[in-house]
Design a protein around this ligand. Structure first.
Ligand code: THU
Length: 142
């Protein structure tokens, strides 16, 4: 699958695409590969992987890379995020960025995968579950 695909993609394909996206992680410091797939409001699909930096704090997570690709690809909102990692739990910063563009009932699919890309477990959550009481633009009247 290319990084932007405008066709309707089945859930299983999106899970596989998130696992595949891990291959493009730039993570020489942590060696911890994370892949992400975002489904935009248009139905288009965007992929991302974590990109680290020798100045560690400049590292950007896979989820935010995929979300920013979606937004700069013309999406106004996102419908779902798929995250593949050994321990696929989006960090707090990524959850907050999701809340900027996704409804509280938006789907976050957590894919636990081995280093070789074997899928161990797939769990679907809502953003509301992962980030209750979110600081949202609508809630803050911004
Ligand atoms: N990382 C992500 O890409 N997403 C997350 O939600 C958590 C952490 C990356 C950042 C860093 O490159 C590596 O995982 C180890 O923290």
């Amino acid at each position: 699958m290319s990084s932007v695909c405008r066709c309707k993609v089945a859930d299983g394909e999106l899970v596989k695409a998130a696992v595949k996206a891990r291959k493009l992680a730039y993570c020489p410091y942590s060696k911890y590969r994370v892949g992400a797939v975002v489904v935009g409001a248009s139905g288009a699909v965007y992929t991302g992987a974590n990109v680290e930096n020798a100045s560690f704090g400049l590292t950007v997570c896979a989820e935010r890379i995929a979300i920013f690709k979606a937004i700069t690809g013309g999406e106004k909102a996102i419908k779902a995020v798929y995250v593949a990692a050994k321990m696929p739990n989006p960090c707090g910063a990524c959850r907050q960025v999701m809340a900027e563009f996704m409804r509280p009932d938006g789907k976050v699919v957590l894919i636990s995968a081995t280093g070789e890309g074997r899928i161990r477990r797939v769990e679907t959550q809502t953003l509301k579950t992962l980030l209750p009481h979110a600081f949202s633009p609508a809630g803050a009247g911004l």
